[in-house]
Design a protein around this ligand. Structure first.
Ligand code: PGA
Ligand code: ZN
Length: 426
């Protein structure tokens, strides 16, 4: 009885960019409560489930009153009285109620808010860390039941859509290799970060920050300069590129791909590249720099490019599909069939429910695609992504920069988990 959903509340709160989003609070008859704030992206893939916003004049049309009203008037009556432990049944009720392939009627933000808040409520009622509850959910979906602390990457420079009028590449991150804990790996990223700021100061560049907390790429000569600065900072911090520190890039190339001409318009480099040339461009960087992972090297609709990229670099480095897969099982299956890429970015709000997210992670793992659980450019004081990564034993975590509260709250959660008795006795 105690796991029965008793009340569902939802209201508008704000993300790290000051943009409206939804917080959902679900109360159970046993007295426990779960809450979740829905994250939001800026460089969204065209195949993401719909984030329902109001349009109109208030706050640039970004308000979420309609989605909240959908929660209060449609979802709440449908899920009240259900068992919060039955995540798959709960998510199915909401998906059926929505009745569209992309959650366009009720909004993926409305559905995910309720899905994840129920997940937290069930874990809280049970009195276990969320990652344990997610592990149990994953087992009911065919998972192995293994948990694990993911490897990490941390953003040093944020460009593209996260820093208007700067470089084309969206995210330059460091990737600690072979550290004994998440905490140790995070501290290593902070050491590089300090050197990155030192270099900026020597160059007379302002310490301003992009959406995900990385440095704004001010006055970069070209897209490649970010790579040079990363290697310099790593070395100054005492790390050995390739050996204990690598670079991961999110090219987010759908943002500058021209569908009509089939070309990549690298505005900052004054280059217009065909798909094959784009692959060459990236392969050249992989030769010269300690790059261990590239995300969205080719655009979401450029499957030929993805395949060519995989043939060229798939044996050497991790190739992640973000816009290409949008955490969508159907798109991942297509990628697996075509032999495109070898890893998938996991963003809960791209698909809009916990069950679908977990199913995509499990399918990826079964087919040798590393799941990389990710935050979004519009994030908040929520730590669900950490528990999702740990509870599904996902390979890696991408939550943006090392500073700013909406990022640090997640890094601190890693440290908190690693210091807990539950973790030590796992
Ligand atoms: P977004 O960026 O949250 O703005 O989509 C993150 C990413 O592209 O990985
Ligand atoms: Zn991305």
């Amino acid at each position: 009885m105690s796991f029965i959903i008793k009340d569902v509340d939802a209201f508008q709160v704000f993300d790290s960019r000051g943009i409206p989003t939804i917080e959902v609070v679900i109360g159970l008859s046993g007295g426990a409560e779960g809450r979740f704030i829905v994250p939001s992206g800026k460089s969204t893939g065209m195949y993401e489930a719909l984030e329902l916003r109001d349009g109109g004049k208030e706050l640039g049309g970004k308000t979420v009153h309609k989605a909240i009203s959908n929660i209060l008037n449609e979802i709440a009556p449908a899920i009240t009285g259900m068992d919060a432990r039955g995540q798959a049944a709960l998510d199915k009720v909401m998906i059926d109620l929505d009745g569209t392939p992309n959650k366009t009627r009720l909004g993926a933000n409305a559905i995910l808010g309720c899905s994840a808040a129920a997940c937290w409520a069930a874990a809280n009622q049970e009195g276990v860390p969320l990652y344990k509850h997610i592990r149990d959910l994953a087992v009911t979906r065919g998972g192995s039941g293994e948990i694990g602390m993911p490897e990490i990457m941390a953003q040093m420079f944020g460009g593209g859509a996260h820093a208007e009028d700067s470089v084309d590449v969206q995210c330059y991150s460091v990737r600690p290799i072979g550290f004994k804990s998440g905490e140790a790996a995070y501290i290593a990223c902070l050491e590089v970060w300090l050197k990155e700021q030192e270099i900026y100061q020597e160059l007379g560049r302002p310490l301003s920050f992009a959406d995900e907390g990385g440095l704004w790429p001010t006055d970069f000569e070209n897209n490649e300069e970010g790579l040079k600065l990363m290697v310099e900072a790593m070395k100054r911090a005492g790390f050995v590129p390739w050996e204990n520190m690598g670079i991961t890039l999110d090219i987010a190339s759908s943002e500058f791909y021209d569908e009509e001409t089939g070309t990549y318009k690298l505005r900052y480099d004054k280059k217009e590249l065909t798909s094959d040339e784009m692959v060459d461009y990236l392969a050249d960087w992989v030769e010269k720099y300690p790059i261990v992972s590239i995300e969205d090297g080719c655009a979401e609709n450029d499957w030929e490019g993805q395949i060519a990229l995989t043939k060229r670099l798939g044996d050497k480095i991790q190739l992640i599909g973000d816009d290409a897969f949008t955490t969508n099982l159907g798109r991942l299956k297509k990628g697996v069939e075509l032999g495109a890429l070898n890893a998938i970015l996991i963003k809960m709000n791209q698909i809009g429910s916990m069950t679908e997210t977990i199913d995509t992670i499990l399918y990826a793992q079964e087919h040798g695609y590393n799941p990389v659980v990710s935050g979004r450019s519009g994030d908040c004081e929520d730590v669900t992504q950490i528990h999702l990564a740990v509870g599904t034993n996902s390979y890696q975590l991408k939550i943006g920069g090392v500073c700013r509260s909406e990022r640090v709250v997640k890094w601190n959660e890693i440290i908190r988990i690693e210091h807990s008795e539950a973790w030590k006795n796992r």
